[in-house]
Design a protein around this ligand. Structure first.
Ligand SMILES: Nc1ncnc2c1ncn2[C@@H]1O[C@H](COP(=O)(O)OP(=O)(O)OP(=O)(O)O)[C@@H](O)[C@H]1O
Ligand SMILES: [Mg+2]
Length: 345
């Protein structure tokens, strides 16, 4: 008993969902310990040679679009994959250290969730980032697989399960059976694309420029996948493109749903294409079991209804769409046989 307790202190294995929008860290025996935006603010080092990390997570996200010349607020993960290796490593190190409070000595076994479309070069980059951030053994699990486990689906059974993960950078659609992904498709279209669509719409319609953060707020507050639900208004503040001065307009949910037509269509289309690739026995299972939605983007109002109308399949939602992936990876951390089964080699 005492031995177990002592060993436990030194083996706080972790699971990390390194997302385009949010990074989540799960520590074995402790649960979810950190959930923060994947944003890092850096400034030039005083000796002028490199860059120094100023802030990570929430604090850094507040700075997005508001930094003076010397500070950069960076989102190091783009479209689900690492775009800035060094900054990702700094961010990982910060989160891993925070998960352990102090111990720099601890070198945990680490599970990292990666997009299914990841190339071998990108896999190596993720692995190396984690190793130099202090991990001991690194396992990679595909996000839809982790999401399915986290949403409580039995991924080892010979039954087809479909998962749709709408994240910040990508939407991943996968059909899982017998611990493997049988059919999958990913598109670089997710919450960020919706925000961009809103920025472009407001620019066209109101001759006004709004920032990324404002666009996201609009989407969450009044955005909708269809015009069928109750319309709401919202005051939007930005900069007039012609006069150059700040201005305020009132937008409605109907307008925002018009702005979101294209990204919603692209996501629905991806679900259709994946269903077309699915072997018939597994397709039959999906008719019975439905489609499991995860990822923050799936919270867009009325999206579930639109997908149900378009596919005629039952639509299920995971309990917490933001944490399904990291919880699934955490489950795998507890069950080494399952981890070896589902991890990428
Ligand atoms: N209520 C909401 N309605 C619509 N979108 C939302 C809502 N809440 C959050 N989002 C969006 O969800 C996205 C973040 O989701 P999530 O944390 O699952 O992404 P991620 O895992 O970081 O990204 P990825 O999996 O692509 O790497 C953001 O684009 C955010 O704007
Ligand atoms: Mg994700």
């Amino acid at each position: 008993m005492i031995f177990d307790a002592v060993a436990g202190i030194f083996s706080h294995d972790l699971a990390v969902d390194l997302g385009t929008a949010n990074t989540l860290v799960y520590v074995r025996d402790k649960g979810l310990v950190c959930s923060e935006p994947s944003v890092v603010a850096v400034t030039a080092d005083s000796n002028g040679r490199g860059e120094r990390v100023l802030a990570v997570g929430h604090e850094a996200k507040e700075m997005l679009g508001r930094t003076p010349g010397a500070i950069r607020a960076v989102r190091p993960i783009k479209d689900g994959v690492i775009a800035d290796f060094e900054i990702t490593e700094a961010m990982l190190r910060y989160f891993i250290r925070r998960a352990h409070n102090r111990a720099k000595l601890v070198r945990p076994r680490t599970v990292i969730c990666v997009p299914p479309c990841i190339t071998s070069v990108e896999k190596r980059a993720v692995r190396e980032s984690a190793l130099s951030a202090g991990a001991r053994e690194v396992y990679l699990i595909e996000e839809p697989m982790a999401a399915a486990i986290g949403a409580g689906l039995d991924v080892t059974a010979p039954t087809g399960n479909m998962v749709v993960d709408i994240g910040g950078g990508t939407t991943d659609v996968a059909v899982i059976s017998l611990s493997g992904i049988v059919a999958s498709r990913s598109i670089r279209c997710g919450g960020d694309t919706m925000d961009e669509a809103i920025i472009n719409y407001v620019k066209r319609k109101y001759n006004m420029l709004v920032g990324e953060r404002t666009a996201e707020e609009i989407k969450i507050k009044i955005g909708s996948a269809s015009t069928e639900c109750k319309s709401e208004d919202m005051e939007i503040k930005g900069r007039d493109l012609v006069a150059g001065i700040p201005k305020v307009v009132v937008a409605t949910s109907d307008e925002i749903s018009e702005a979101l037509i294209e990204p919603i269509h692209a996501i629905v289309e991806t679900v259709h294409l994946t269903l077309e690739q699915t072997p018939p026995e597994l397709a039959a299972d999906i008719v019975d079991r439905g489609i499991m939605l995860v990822g923050g983007g799936s919270l867009l109002r009325d999206f579930d209804r639109v997908l149900r109308n378009e596919t005629k399949l039952p639509i299920l939602r995971s309990e917490d769409p933001f944490t399904a992936v990291v919880h699934g990876a955490g489950e795998a951390l507890k069950d080494l046989a399952l981890l070896k089964d589902v991890a990428l080699t």
